[in-house]
Design a protein. Sequence first.
Length: 469
Amino acid sequence: MSDIVTSFVRPGDEDGDQASRPSAGLDLPVWPLTLLFGFFPIFWVLGLGAFAAMIAAVPMLALLVLRPNTRVPAGFGVWLLFLAWMLTAVTQLDSAGRVIGFVFRFGNYLSATIFLVYIYNCSRRSLPFSRIVGLVVLFWFWVVLGGFLGVLFPHGNFTTPVELVMPQAIGSNDYVADLIHPKFAQVQQPWGVAEPFVRPSAPFPYTNSWGSHLALLTPFALLYATTGTADRRWKRWAVVVLLPASLIPAFATLNRGMFLAVGIGVCYVALRFGARGQVRWMAGVVMAILVGLVAAYMANVEDVLSSRTEHSGTNDSRLAIYEEAFTRTLESPLLGYGAPRPSETLDIPAGTHGQFWNVMFSFGFPALLLFCLWMAVLVRHTHSAPGPMLWLHAPPVMTSCMMFYYGLDDTELVVVFVAAAIVLREFRESARAGPESGQRSWRTPDRLSQPVKAANRPDSAMPRGTLNP
C-alpha cells in the first residue's frame, strides 16, 4: 500500500524543487495528512475508520500548538462560536449513551477544524498544491474501490481487532456495531420488490455516507484529471479511466442525493468556466455530464430509482421526520436536545437524515444560524478560486445543498474544509509572495491552460503564484 500512496503524492519536478529547499524550521509536515487520506483502508480494516480523522488530527493539533504564529482564515470566529454553542448544548443530554454520541460528533467537528487550520498554515514548500490534491484523490480512489467491493461482494463483512476487544456492553449497541464491524454493502429488500437492492457502502458504515463522500471527492478527481505536470500523465489518465468506472458502484447505490449533489457541483463549475471565457474547460465538463447521462440511461437507473422510491416510501418518511424535528425544536429553541432523539411517530430518530436538521434539533436555532453562516463564509471566500482550482470551490457549494438531506459530520466535513483551506492558503501565499512573484504551486500544461478573457473582472482574477489561468 505504501507504494500506491507514494505514487499518488510524490511531487513532480517543480514541487520537488520546492520541497528540497532549506526549511525555516517552521514548516508543518505532510505525514499527518497522509495518515488519513493515504492509509484510510488500514483504519477501516482495524475497525477505526470512523475515528481515523480524529486520530490524524491529534498530531496536527500538537504541531500547531508548538508552532508560533498560527494563522486562521477570515471569518473563522463564526465557526468558533458555533463550536462554543455546540458545547453548551451538552447540558441537554440525559443519558450516558447520548453523551458518548455527543463526544463522537464533537470530535468529528473538531477534527475538521484542525485539518482546515493545519492546511491553511502549511507552506507551499512543505505541502505543494499537487501533493495535497493527490492525497485527497487517493482517498477518492479508496472510496471507489470500496464501492466495487460492495458491488462484487454485497454480503461481505469481517470482524475487526477493535470489535474483538470492545466490551460487550458497548459493542452490542447497533450504531457502535455499524462503526466497528465493516460491511461491504447495505442489502435492502422492501416489501413488494422481487430482487433486493444491493447498495455499496464500504469503506463506510452506510450507503449514504459512501454517496456523500463520492460526491464531495469527485471535484478533486476532476481537478487532478485535468491538470498537472507531464510526469504525472499516467496518473491523470488512471483517474480519467476510473472516473467513468466509478459510475458502476455509484449507480448501484441508487443514491438520489449523490446524483443531485454531483449534478449541481459539475453544472455550477461548467457555468463558471463559461463565464470566465474558459470555453475548453466548460466543454470538457459538458462532455463529462453527457457521458454520465448516457451511462445512466444505459444502466436503466431511472426505472430502478423509481422502483425503490415506490416501494420504500423514503420521501414521505423524510418529510415527516423533518417536520417533527422542526416542531420539537420550537420547544427547545436555544440549545436543542443535545443529540437526536427517538421519533414520536416513526422508527427513525428525529434530528437525523440531514446536517441542517441535526444541527437545528441537537443544538438549537442559534447554532443552525452560525453553521449556515460559516458555510456561506467558505462559499464566499472560495468564490474567486483561480483557473482549475475552481473545482475546489464546488465542495462548499455542494454542501449548501447536501446538508438538507445528508449528515456531514463525519469525514465529509473534513473534505469540505480541506477544499476550502487549499484555496484560502493559495490566496494567502500569493498575497505574501507579492505581485511580482512568479512562483507557482502546480503548473498546468499549456494544452489545458486557457487565457482568462475577462481578466479585469474579480470573478476571473487570478492571483499570481498559484496557477496559470
